[in-house]
Design a protein around this ligand. Structure first.
Ligand code: UDP
Ligand code: MG
Length: 320
């Protein structure tokens, strides 16, 4: 690991925004406060992920007063991971730092992130550390999700890993070469390797507004993570099939034994046991068919090679 010598770096801040009209001006001011005291060249790349609440106007106001700001407007709401991808594709500097527009990724960590990249790391991964006690629905489901993904996937994803990270030019090029449609960036980053370091931070409350991750979006992210990083669900099928095969062999041997010893009168046709086995077996078959269906669906979407996002406009328009 060799330190990066350049003292004045070009740094792109990638900030996805979706309906953050109440938060975006405040978080922009907070970020400025940190970066304006640093000796580097910063560029703010805001990705407007199809906002419909006036965020676009606020962003225009910010842009008019700061030449370092670029706003990419996506043609509709593509989701956080796609918006981050759009911003990373537009980044051209030596370092890319992604952070949310709601103040939950404290800009005060930015100098430390830059320092670590300068030290020679390629990935500085922000890790949310839990400081509030108690169990919220989000916390419980998130803990369960990380437990599951780390059990069934070959790629380890650290609990609390956030999309708050800094990437060197090399790591950014690496992630840009991964053009898959279903994206779980935390897993993709971990899959890449490189010299990475974890930077823990305390997550503040949102500065305003409500979470833009609906239950549906959370579920989609979890399913993208599981089905694109693990084949374990398919192996459940194999194991269940094997179990039923062994049971069937046992039953066949038993019946054969009764026939050969002439004890067929004890072969009472049992409705409940038959029904039970039938229901269990068909239930398992249906679940497994569902899993296979999901994988086929994912493959179908990947082979279509649709773009991950579409850009409606870029201001200022530099022709790229
Ligand atoms: N976001 C986005 N597109 C979406 C949902 C969210 O660009 O479809 C942005 C959002 O504006 C914020 C970041 O992604 O800057 C993280 O979202 P949020 O804070 O709602 O997620 P949470 O912190 O609740 O997990
Ligand atoms: Mg948030």
């Amino acid at each position: 690991m060799s330190p990066r010598k350049k003292s004045k770096l070009q740094i792109d801040l990638v900030i996805p925004v979706y309906n953050e009209v109440e938060a975006v001006a405040k978080t922009y001011a907070d970020i400025r406060q940190v970066v304006d005291s640093l000796p580097h060249d910063f560029r703010f790349i805001y990705v407007d992920d199809g906002s419909s609440d006036g965020t676009a106007d606020t962003l225009r106001g910010i842009l008019d007063n700061d030449q370092r700001v670029t706003v990419l407007t996506l043609s509709r709401n593509f989701g956080h991971q796609a918006a981050l991808t759009a911003g990373m594709d537009a980044a051209q500097g030596d370092i890319m730092i992604s952070l949310d527009a709601d103040g939950q990724h404290p800009p005060a960590m930015i100098p430390k992130m830059i320092e670590l990249i300068q030290h020679g790391y390629d990935i500085v991964q922000g890790q949310r550390i839990e400081d509030r006690r108690g169990a919220s629905f989000k916390k419980l489901t998130s803990n369960f999700f990380y437990w599951l993904i780390n059990r069934i996937s070959g790629t380890q994803v650290m609990p609390g890993a956030a999309d708050f990270r800094a990437l060197s030019r090399d790591a950014l090029n690496g992630i840009r070469s991964m053009q898959e449609y279903h994206r779980f960036l935390r897993g993709m980053i971990s899959w890449m390797g490189y010299n990475s370091v974890i930077l823990p931070y305390h997550e503040p409350e949102r500065v305003a507004g409500r979470s833009k991750y609906s239950l549906g979006k959370m579920f989609r992210l979890a399913s993208d993570a599981i089905f694109s990083f693990s084949l374990a669900p398919l192996y459940i099928g194999l194991s269940a099939g094997l179990l039923f095969f062994i049971l069937a062999c046992g039953q066949l041997t038993w019946v054969l034994y009764l026939w050969t010893t002439g004890n067929t009168e004890s072969l009472e046709p049992g409705w409940s046991s038959l029904m039970g086995v039938l229901l269990i077996a068909s239930g398992i078959v249906m679940i497994l068919l569902g899993f296979i269906g999901v994988y086929v669906g994912y493959i179908f979407q990947e082979v279509k090679r649709r773009p991950i996002y579409l850009v409606k406009g870029k201001t200022p328009d530099d022709g790229n």
